[in-house]
Design a protein around this ligand. Structure first.
Ligand code: ATP
Ligand code: MG
Length: 442
């Protein structure tokens, strides 16, 4: 407790005792008044009344009448205990967005800021910090800091109610000189939530690992074929031709992957700038259908267009909207039913806030997507069946690109599917102002 930390010199002790008597003066005055009444009205012997008041004064001097410490509000200023960090200190703690606690040298909470109350609930008078944070590493650090002058950093995780990662900084505060005071007067604990940072970091690491893996596979295949062509197959005319074709395919795969990665990073760099050009979506649909004609012939699928009457000019970037439409139609052809039907519809639809917009939907009648995959489909490199995607020359980046482009356009991407009943991908985009004509090259 704070008492053990105090100045033990006789002058100090006397000053402390006087201080305590002074802080209990109203109580003692009331007791003296009662003693006079008792002598006057009830014939209590004056010596006994005087003895009562003296005993009360001694109890006060020993600290027995000190009121309980409070967590918020008035400073704790029990006589002899260190002066409570002033309002400036509280203001500093309050200004911080992170949850912060100030405890006494033994870990009893004396003050907590609003962020701490919001995150960990209101404090109760005199509760130790361990009631709120049952983290052995943190409590051990609190103990060490209370005894020394160190500042410690402790990382810990929470599983309930949700998984969170915290980093705590724990520092001792001394209000006066250190001599003869083995403990810090107060301990400052600041908790910083690192969950989001860790998530982003994990995503970055995963992304690099995935990208490297995707590049390494065709590269390994290329190296293998080069070695074979230089060695055992040096004079093998028939196989040389076959191997070179495979090598070309693998090199193409690497080039596609690099193009997609560059495209993704370009879109991310422009994420905060909304494209403003007026673009005719109906025209884009026509262009994409022409472009993917050969793929449709290959899979035997039929592409049907249902473009509602009226203009379909939206606010956007033409090249990026071609990329979105092409990705969705290509997916429908690749993962839909061979010889099936791919339907592209384009119609007017109001946005959530009533804004005039257009809804582009690409629907196929293939095997569909099991529900557990739906939320993850737009993650980079996420594929339901990686082998099938690779066979179809996929990199697993298509829908991630679509998502980023749609977000940059302040649009909305909706994916619906029931296994066995095909899949439907819809993109809503805000319409351009009526006066704006599409500005685009043919
Ligand atoms: N219409 C669809 N029907 C069923 N599954 C689909 C459909 N569209 C996408 N998928 C699934 O979602 C995964 C991710 O699609 P995405 O477009 O991001 O990558 P990809 O097509 O594999 O490669 P890329 O688009 O880069 O060429 C696909 O691998 C596929 O498993
Ligand atoms: Mg794709």
């Amino acid at each position: 407790m704070a008492e053990t930390d105090e100045d033990d010199r006789p002058e100090g002790r006397l000053a402390r005792m006087l201080g305590r008597v002074r802080s209990s003066r109203w109580l003692l005055a009331a007791a003296a008044g009662l003693a006079v009444l008792a002598v006057a009205l009830y014939e209590v012997p004056p010596a006994a009344a005087l003895a009562g008041v003296v005993v009360l004064a001694l109890v006060a001097a020993a600290g027995g009448l000190a009121g309980p410490a409070r967590i918020r509000g008035k400073p704790v200023r029990a006589a002899g205990t260190p002066v409570w960090p002033d309002t400036g200190m509280k203001l500093l703690v309050e200004v911080m967005e992170d949850p912060c606690f100030i405890t006494d040298g033994t870990g009893i909470v004396r003050y907590q800021n609003n962020a701490a109350t919001e995150r960990f609930g209101a404090g109760r008078t005199g509760d130790p910090l361990s009631f709120k944070l049952r983290v052995p590493e943190l409590l051990a650090a609190l103990e060490r800091v209370g005894r020394g002058d160190t500042v410690e950093t402790v990382r810990f995780g929470e599983r309930v109610p949700t998984e969170r990662a915290w980093v705590a900084r724990v520092a001792g505060i001394r209000m006066g000189k250190r001599e003869g005071r083995p403990r810090a007067d107060f301990i400052f604990v600041r908790l910083h939530d690192e969950t989001e940072m860790m998530r982003v970091e994990r995503m970055r690491v995963d992304f690099i690992a995935n990208a490297s893996h995707e590049l390494r596979t065709p590269l390994a295949s290329l190296t293998g074929f080069i070695e074979t062509l230089l060695g055992p197959a040096r004079k093998d005319e028939v196989n040389r031709e076959r191997f070179l074709k495979i090598m070309l395919e693998q090199a193409g795969r690497m080039a596609r992957l690099i193009d997609d990665l560059l495209s993704l990073s370009r879109i991310e760099m422009k994420a905060h700038v909304r494209p403003e050009a007026a673009v005719d979506l109906a025209r884009i649909v026509d262009q994409v259908v022409d472009m993917l004609g050969p793929l449709a012939t290959e899979t035997g699928a039929t592409i049907r267009r249902a473009v509602a009457d009226g203009g379909h000019v939206v606010r956007g970037d033409r090249d990026e909207l071609i990329q979105v439409t092409a990705n969705l139609v290509e997916n429908a052809l690749k993962y839909g039913r061979d010889g099936g039907l791919v339907e592209i519809t384009l119609a007017a639809e109001r946005g959530p806030d009533g804004a005039d917009g257009r809804l582009l939907t690409v629907r196929d009648d293939g095997p569909g997507i099991p529900p557990e995959h739906l939320p993850r489909l737009t993650e980079r490199f996420y594929r339901i069946d990686a082998d099938q995607s690779r066979r179809r020359k996929g990199t697993g980046l298509g829908l991630a690109i679509v998502k980023h482009i749609v977000a940059r356009h302040r649009g909305r991407l909706t994916i619906r599917s029931k296994p066995g009943e095909g899949a439907s991908f819809s993109v809503w985009l805000e319409a351009a102002k009526a006066a704006e004509a599409p500005r685009e090259a043919s």
